[in-house]
Design a protein around this ligand. Structure first.
Ligand code: NAD
Length: 501
């Protein structure tokens, strides 16, 4: 614990900040208390929002490439603090060290992306049908952006949103998950250091963090002064947040649950598929929104694939995520363990055959840590439980005969985040990524459904929310578009040839 204290101090925490508050943060590894954080009072939220709005009026006038300089500095701070923030992520959510570090690297990457973007917030010039006229579009800053995050990416999701929002001219208010506020705070402190270096070009209140429970997020969701709410979490949360934001005509980015599948065809490289199954289904103990939940395998290769997958599962090292060599850390809490057990029971009641795993392990060593053996269940069909996202290392196996049938199974779930096919057959691959193929926001070929890069737009369809964040042109959601028609003639012709008197 003394060592962890010094990690927090290196990340800029003052002792009182992590010892004197009412919000207890525990490690899922052993249940030990990592911090007692001070909670933001709910009745201070209006002041937080007002500060953000005031900051917007100044920040929107700072040229975008200058705003880019701020995210460049933030990227440098994240790079310098990568080991420490990665360590906090591992301690707070139980990711193995490599994955904790990878998460901070995503923050560095998005800062670099946003720096380049700060000189490319382009609109189009469009031909007008009227003589002596020109049409163009401009993208202007939008206003304060609320970033509400899930426990499982406690650092990167804030960075994805904030780096884009800041270069787009928007202040940010960050509400981290109450299950993982420390990693969020450490990431936020790196931004504060960057802001200090950036100096007085950054207005007060440009970036704020609020720590506590759901009512803080509700205040952001309901405020008409927050034009964009970016919320990452469960579909349950999205069903509440989406309509509330819509009812006040706000914009939203919803990044919700996934139920991601892999199709393995007779033309697959099985060795590659096995490695992808392993990282996809058991990496982060199955607690990624893009974790592999369903393998849809052709009958002719099913036995060969399952034999290899089961062998690989047999060699998995489950244990303390900080110990090198361990690949599977704990579930986030007892609730996650209970949910996994219930899903396993239901799957078997629905005709599934448990091939392996599902049991709690290391209970003696870690009585308060919920470590589980990753489970594989062979299902006779895609029953109700298979269509439900269980946020744990639980992999369902489904069997198919025709590729069209496999694609139908891939699509026949309420969620639409990520998907993939393993095949070396060009026709199979092209069909899978075509308009008649996977209906997910991400459809990969010969790589698993998880572990996306920041350069592409990230997000999914249907109950996953329908929005995109991170790369490509996701930045447009953080800005408002104006269309300008400019008349440089001495006439006033109307469009569509209308003659008005
Ligand atoms: P969660 O929905 O319990 O909480 C997420 C956040 O929403 C928290 O900050 C929480 O305080 C807030 N929240 C909860 N109820 C709210 C309400 N009524 N109003 C406003 N805010 C509210 O999710 P979790 O358990 O932390 O995360 C796991 C879920 O997140 C999984 O379903 C996973 O698939 C999903 N997820 C999705 C993505 C994606 O990009 N699609 C990424 C990461 C996680």
């Amino acid at each position: 614990m003394t060592q962890f204290k010094s990690v927090l101090e290196r990340c800029g925490f003052k002792t009182a900040e992590f010892t004197e508050g009412s919000l207890t943060v525990r490690s899922p590894i052993d249940g030990s208390i990592l911090a007692q954080l001070q909670e933001t009072p709910v009745d201070s939220m209006q002041a937080v929002i007002n500060r953000s709005h005031a900051a917007f009026l100044t920040w929107r006038m700072v040229p975008a490439p200058v705003r880019g300089e701020l995210v460049r500095l933030w990227g440098e701070e994240l790079r310098a603090a990568k080991q420490d923030i990665g360590h906090i992520v591992s301690m707070e959510v139980g990711k193995i060290v490599e994955e904790g570090l990878g998460e901070v690297q995503e923050g560095v990457d998005i800062c670099e992306f946003a720096l380049g973007l700060s000189r490319q917030l382009h609109g189009k010039t469009i031909a007008s049908e009227r003589p002596g006229h020109r049409i163009m579009e401009q993208f202007h800053p939008l206003g304060p952006v609320a970033v509400i995050t899930a426990f499982n990416f406690p650092s990167a999701v804030f960075a994805w949103n904030a780096a884009l929002a800041l270069v787009c001219g928007d202040p940010v208010i960050f509400k981290p998950s109450e299950k993982a506020p420390l990693s969020g705070l450490a990431t936020f402190k790196a931004l504060e250091r960057a802001i200090a270096k950036f100096g007085d070009r950054a207005p007060e209140g440009l970036a704020q963090i609020v720590v506590g429970l759901t009512p803080l997020a509700e205040a952001l969701v309901e405020s008409p002064k927050i034009p964009l709410v970016s919320a990452t979490g469960s579909t349950r949360m999205g069903r509440i947040v989406g309509p509330k934001v819509a009812s006040r005509f706000g914009k939203r980015i919803l990044e919700l649950g996934g139920n991601n599948a892999m199709i393995v065809t007779p033309a697959a490289d099985l060795d590659m598929a096995v490695r992808a199954v392993l990282f996809g289904a058991v990496g982060t103990a199955g607690q990624r929104c893009t974790s592999l939940r369903r393998v849809i395998v052709h009958r002719s290769v099913k036995d060969a694939l399952l034999e290899r997958v089961q062998k690989a599962y047999g060699n998995l090292r489950i244990g303390n995520p900080l110990t090198p060599g361990n690949l599977v850390g704990p579930l986030i809490d007892e609730g996650a363990f209970t949910a996994m057990q219930k899903s396993l029971e239901t799957a078997q009641a629905e005709g599934g055959k448990l091939l392996r795993g599902g049991k709690r392990v290391l209970e003696k060593e870690y009585p308060k840590g919920f470590f589980v053996e990753p489970a594989i269940v062979d299902m006779p069909s895609q029953t109700a439980i298979v269509k439900h996202e269980t946020f744990a290392p639980l992999l369902y196996v489904l069997t198919y005969d025709d590729l069209e049938e496999a694609i139908e199974l891939n699509n026949d779930v309420p969620q639409g985040l990520s998907s993939c096919i393993f095949s070396t057959n060009m026709q199979e691959v092209e069909l899978f990524i075509s308009q008649a193929g996977s209906d997910c926001g991400m459809a990969n070929v010969n790589i698993g459904p998880n572990g996306a890069e920041i350069g592409g737009a990230f997000g999914g369809e249907k109950e996953t929310g329908g929005d995109r964040e991170s790369g490509s042109d996701a930045w447009k959601q953080y800005m408002r578009r104006t269309t300008n028609t400019i008349n440089f003639s001495k006439e006033l012709p109307l469009a569509q040839g209308i003659n008005f008197g």
